[in-house]
Design a protein around this ligand. Sequence first.
Ligand code: NAD
Length: 294
Amino acid sequence: MKIGFIGVGLMGGPMAHNLLKAGYELKVFDLVPALLKPLIQDGAIAVDNARLAIEGVDCLITMLPASEHVLSLYLDEEALLEHIDPKTLVIDCSTIAPDVTKIVAGAAAKQGITMLDAPVSGGTKGAKDGTLTFIVGGSAAGFEAAQPVLSAMGKNILHAGDHGAGQMAKICNNMLLAIHMAGTAEAIQLGVNNGLDPKVLSDIMVQSSGRNWSLELYNPYPGVMEAVPASKAYQGGFKVNLMVKDLGLSQQAALLSCSSTPLGALARNLFNLHAAQGSEKLDFSSIQQFYKPK
Ligand code: NAD
């Protein structure tokens, strides 16, 4: 089976590596050519534009930053949908607005193309280890067809519902992630400011009712945990500007559905302020710095 992969950044890169490891033939494209080099070394064919990445493939995967990139690639600037063979299964793993997903998937359906939204959870570590959770929106038949490919990159493949449902579930998840990451940073800083060791405090809270994913697997305080962005000057991982984007999507969805999300709104403002202070390219756990006494 041949796969085209467009967007091999922090997430797409390791996901593409896992497809190569699983024996898939891969054509890769990214606007940043340097990102293609390690994949070429592993046997991928690098191409010069998106149009070439869809030629002769059975499946196309995209992993792009935001809604505007997905719209531009599939419908507007590149108009890829006009050139994709209807037999190609199209899977967009980017986290974008559910409404945009529905527009693109609807346009694909008009061309006879099966498209799925399959945003992921698990971070760059999950992408590297092949343990991502895929949250899929689209037809049951499309979901079935995508199983082998998604299983090569992830551990949990979940069907949320029709087009856009994958995105909606992912947006709810990331709103909760932002809230517990900010809460975790706040609690650790409170302890440190009152003489506690951040590692001792984290070990206590992880065995207590404050336990959560940020505390257990992605501690935001530098030096508490090895191999997480906090211990690498907040490099790599999930950028603050992408979290701000996802929190914006949660607030759009809240407005449209008349939902009250006071903590989500607060988290969006907190991460937005953090980004505006020059942290937009750091990992989102750098919200810890926001609480640090200056
Ligand atoms: P990234 O910025 O590292 O990678 C995105 C890549 O897309 C870049 O390399 C960019 O050059 C490329 N790109 C953009 N437009 C393109 C185009 N038209 N053609 C070809 N390439 C194009 O971002 P990332 O961290 O890999 O995140 C990708 C998506 O996954 C985002 O929607 C993000 O919200 C989501 N996500 C990220 C994480 C994480 O931990 N980083 C976790 C879960 C979900």
